[in-house]
Design a protein around this ligand. Structure first.
Ligand SMILES: Nc1ncnc2c1ncn2[C@@H]1O[C@H](COP(=O)(O)OP(=O)(O)OP(=O)(O)O)[C@@H](O)[C@H]1O
Ligand SMILES: [Mg+2]
Length: 366
């Protein structure tokens, strides 16, 4: 069992309160991601879980065992927590080869030599470092060092793995492969993973559940990736999950207008309507129409960028910039790649309403 519980955790450095009162439970066998902007406290949380930092107050338990609790004077040191850890700076032992780094946790555990050799090679192969077994860390690229750290964390098959941005230095293809590898191993072995990142794509791809932190270390939203993406709950989470159009709005009845205009954005306002509404939509939810019918809102195309599989079109709409993104093939086959200066019709699907004062969301249409 490796359920992780953080209860009423407080952590401050001088006047900087990173966590005022953090409560979070990660279920046994779950891949849980903590997503948040730089400086919000992700690494601090992992360091507390790993035992490199003591919380000022509160308790941290893993599998029902208390590892940190200042009020009870409990503090289990890192090497007694049997965790797999990959930190942001992927510290590998500089004086050991790749193979020596990876086998180290098994040597400490006094595993039989044959088994150590087999598991070490397996872990090295899993992270695509085959052939580099005898290199020293200084002879490796940043991404290769990162993979050594990952292999070293995986080799011991710990019950709990703490991963702090372990894939940042990898190229896109390798990042996707490693993401898949971590996920496959986690499922196969039933490992609990606490994964920390500021990259929403990784969070959405890898997690069973995820939590989004704001810059003050408050948990804004917890849920499955689809929950969080579809029902972000507030404007901060919505914007953090990808490119977002935010259009100040007036709501009359169920009609949503661009604020101060008669430009009708949607006839389907979700209730209740916030006092200072802002309509949020993804660029992929903005459909462009070549010959707009009467009454359809129109926009002027300002810039067209082909981004490989998608085409990104920036429009001037109701006095502000609106972004529309379309699958490139579809856009070409339907004649929807426009010229700069063209007037086009705009149709907004899946609008969300947020309150620009409180940043609270009011739900979505499904
Ligand atoms: N040892 C320390 N002493 C003082 N302040 C610290 C210490 N460690 C972290 N902080 C502060 O705590 C806050 C959270 O830091 P943390 O490293 O957890 O951020 P993060 O979310 O991991 O950011 P990033 O995505 O950039 O890695 C920051 O404001 C940081 O400056
Ligand atoms: Mg960090």
């Amino acid at each position: 069992m490796a359920e992780v519980r953080l209860e009423n955790v407080r952590k401050a450095y001088g006047k900087k309160v990173v966590y005022a009162n953090l409560n979070l439970t990660i279920d046994d066998g779950e891949c849980f991601t903590l997503l948040g902007p730089s400086g919000c406290g992700k690494t601090v949380l992992l360091r507390m879980a790993a035992g490199f930092e003591q919380p000022d107050a509160g308790t941290i338990t893993v599998g029902g065992v208390t590892l940190s609790s200042p009020s009870e004077r409990i503090f289990v040191p890192p090497d007694e927590r049997s965790l797999g850890v990959v930190f942001q700076d992927y510290a590998v032992w500089p004086h050991m080869t790749v193979a020596e780094n990876v086998r180290y946790p098994l040597v400490i555990q006094k595993v039989a030599k044959n088994e150590i050799d087999a598991r070490t090679q397996d872990a090295i192969d899993n992270v695509n470092l085959t052939g580099l077994e005898n290199r020293m860390p200084y002879q490796l690229s940043g991404g290769q060092q990162q993979r050594v750290a990952l292999a070293r964390a995986l080799v011991a098959e710990p019950k709990l793995m703490l991963l702090d941005e372990p894939l940042t230095n990898l190229d896109a293809k390798l990042r996707e492969e490693m993401r898949f590898e971590i996920r496959a191993l986690q499922r196969k072995k039933g490992i609990t993973v606490l994964y920390v990142t500021h990259d929403q794509e990784i969070a959405l791809a890898i997690s069973d559940r995820m939590a989004v932190l704001d810059e003050n270390g408050n948990i804004c939203r917890i849920g499955t990736p689809t929950d969080v993406f579809e029902r972000p709950g507030n404007a901060f989470v919505f914007r953090f999950m990808g490119v977002a159009n935010m259009i100040p709005a007036d709501v009359r009845g169920r009609d949503i207008y661009a604020r101060g205009t008669d430009v009708l954005l949607s006839k389907d306002a979700p209730a209740p309507v916030p006092s200072n509404p802002v309509l949020g939509c993804r660029p992929s939810d903005v459909d462009l129409v070549r010959d707009p019918g009467p009454g359809m809102p129109t926009a002027r195309v300002r810039r067209v960028n082909l981004l490989g599989p998608i085409v990104d079109q920036r429009l001037e709409f109701a006095g502000m910039e609106l972004r529309a993104q379309l699958d490139t093939h579809k856009a070409i086959s339907r004649g929807l790649i426009f010229r700069e200066g063209d007037m086009v019709g705009v149709n907004i699907a899946n609008p969300l309403l947020f309150d620009s004062n409180t940043l609270e969301g009011v739900g979505s249409h499904e």
